[in-house]
Design a protein around this ligand. Structure first.
Ligand code: ATP
Ligand code: MG
Length: 421
């Protein structure tokens, strides 16, 4: 019996890894251009960190965590998201003392969910957390950053921004009471999930996809009318910044994060192209989280995107450049065995002169025809061939592989030609 991967924990095979790297490179460049620095935290944390940070009454903590006891009997958990670990680390290492932080992260997360397209048990997130900025300009900056990322990746036209404010904790506490009173009066019409959430996490009921529950919600009191003046002012500043930046959004009063220390801004980027797994990125403000985890009260705002879903969307829309999925730009071939060391030395020169160029040499035997087939298969644009006469004259056959005539060039001209791209 051969051993297989764990259900819902797929391998990222070489043919896909190019797209991942392409996304990761775009992210690293763009995030640096916004002055963000990276933080890396462990994959495993104490279970109680997530119970506290994510919330006892969420789906994640109630039924999706990979928790286990280590050999000393301590309860540990594979992180279901990365914010909790980042906040823990920021508090632990004093990163929030009299300073602000603009951090980003990337890495795997684990949730015990039913695997399907766009939903896995090991998946990957890229995210940002900024601390010490109460101003709505930071909410706007992070939304602009995600908007710029979608543009750079070529998926901007196929995603839309859903935006809401869930107010301050005080506003939400008053709203929660009104909502529970209303829903209790319509208890029989709610779906079973919503019924069980009514006392524990009633705001999450607003998220329900159930038709009957949705109908009940149409008559429910709206959170909007419970917002404080400061909540409204904050949201007004955010939308003014977004308008000025030309970032369009859809106001969605049903968008919530039902946790006490989340507040004010919540947003999601969604697409119609991926079926039920249409949310590629979610974020918001969580001014209460640092204090909730034992730090000194510090405003926070951030987002996380799902790498698998973004890659899936790029693949669906066929916006990944060919060079990303090919393995080489140039393929070097020796027409006769004595030319082998010549192509190897030429390859070294090319790599030194053009560090970005992907240079592959043919390794092993093979007729010129079979070597050309390999060159084609790896996606190279140019084949370089050295035969007996080229060996003698110090020249190279420069053969465009995607149309165009072959030429005989000196080694220096070959180099110059490839440097020009
Ligand atoms: P969903 O409603 O799809 O379950 P979520 O609200 O649980 O998403 P978040 O906790 O906000 O998701 O995580 C941020 C992003 O991570 C999501 O927008 C999504 O793109 C991605 N994501 C979440 N869970 C998974 C998963 N099991 N597999 C793949 N990607 C995921
Ligand atoms: Mg989920």
């Amino acid at each position: 019996m051969t051993i297989q991967s764990i259900r819902g924990m797929p391998d990222i095979l070489p043919e896909q890894a190019g797209a991942w790297l392409y996304l990761e490179k775009a992210v690293a460049r763009l995030f640096a251009s916004y002055g963000l620095t990276q933080i890396r935290t462990p994959i495993v944390e104490e279970t109680r960190l997530f119970a506290r940070a994510v919330g006892d009454v969420t789906d994640i903590v109630e039924k999706e965590m990979y928790s286990f006891e280590d050999r000393s009997g301590e309860s540990l958990t594979l992180r279901p998201e990365l914010t909790a670990g980042v906040v823990r680390a920021a508090i632990e290492h004093g990163l929030l003392h009299n300073q602000t932080q603009r951090l980003w992260y990337q890495g795997p997360a684990f949730r015990y969910e039913r695997p399907q397209k766009g939903r896995y048990r090991q998946f990957h997130q890229i995210g940002v957390e900024c601390f010490g900025f109460p101003d709505a300009a930071m909410d706007a900056e992070l939304i602009e950053l995600t908007d710029a990322l979608w543009s750079e990746l070529g998926i901007r036209e196929h995603v839309s921004l859903q935006l809401n404010t869930i107010g301050s904790p005080e506003a939400r506490a008053r709203y929660r009471e009104a909502l529970v009173t209303y829903l209790t009066a319509h208890f029989e019409l709610l779906d079973a999930d919503s019924q069980s959430r009514l006392q524990r996490n009633p705001l999450r009921i607003l998220d329900s996809k159930d038709q009957g529950t949705q109908e009940v919600l149409e008559g429910a009191p709206s959170l909007e009318s419970y917002l404080t003046d400061d909540d409204r002012a904050h949201f007004g500043r955010l939308t003014a910044h977004l308008d000025a930046a030309g970032v369009s959004y859809v106001l969605n009063p049903r968008l919530v994060r039902g946790l006490d220390y989340y507040g004010r801004t919540v947003f999601e980027w969604v697409t119609d192209e991926l079926g039920a797994q249409g949310t590629i990125c979610g974020g918001g403000r969580y001014d209460g989280l640092v204090a909730h985890l034992g730090g000194k009260p510090t405003p926070g705002v951030g987002f996380a995107l799902g790498v698998e879903r973004v890659v899936l969307l790029m693949q669906t829309l066929a916006v990944i450049p060919d060079t990303v999925t090919s393995q080489a730009d140039v393929y070097l071939m020796a027409q006769v065995p004595v030319a082998e060391s010549a192509i190897r030395s030429l390859a070294r020169k090319l790599r030194e002169a053009c560090p970005e160029l992907r240079v592959m040499t043919h390794i092993g035997e093979g007729s010129l025809k079979s070597q050309l087939k390999k060159a084609d298969k790896c996606g190279a644009r140019v084949g370089l061939i050295v035969g007996e006469s080229e060996l003698e004259n110090g020249t190279v056959v420069f053969k465009p592989l995607r149309g165009g005539d072959q030429e005989i060039l000196s080694q220096d001209d070959t180099l110059r030609r490839l440097q020009r791209g």
